[in-house]
Design a protein. Structure first.
Length: 122
């Protein structure tokens, strides 16, 4: 075992493959990207928000329709939609007095589908 030469701020721990460790460290994404992704997964980690996204993956819906589909109060749905908007997972448009929501882009639908596929394969 050799001392890891990667970073002087590291502990004086011994590692088996210092070149591998250094290479993997250099290929990790920047901290800000990691923060954004973990925040997105935190937002996705709520059952009601996930159900809202699943409903919106089928079609654009207004807030009152989402509330009816999920059997939730409209105010509770609006609160969840605010969080989903903040995470850039959904977008909305106003049409008169109605607010219509849809997934922000195809990547959100793909993310949902991959999550469901992962669970179903077990």
């Amino acid at each position: 075992m050799k001392k890891c030469p990667c970073d002087s701020d590291m502990c004086e721990e011994l590692c088996e493959h210092p070149q591998t460790v250094c290479q993997v460290q250099s290929e990790l994404p920047p901290e800000e990207e990691v923060r954004q992704v973990t925040e997105m997964f935190r937002v996705l980690g709520d059952m009601n928000r996930f159900k809202i996204l699943q409903a919106l993956s089928q079609r654009e819906l207004c807030v009152c329709d989402i509330a009816a589909v999920l059997q939730m109060a409209q105010s509770a749905v609006s609160q969840q939609l605010r969080l989903l908007r903040g995470a850039r997972l959904v977008k909305y448009r106003k049409e008169g007095t109605l607010a219509w929501y849809s997934l922000n882009d195809d990547y959100v639908a793909i993310l949902l589908q991959h999550g469901m596929n992962y669970i179903r394969q077990k």
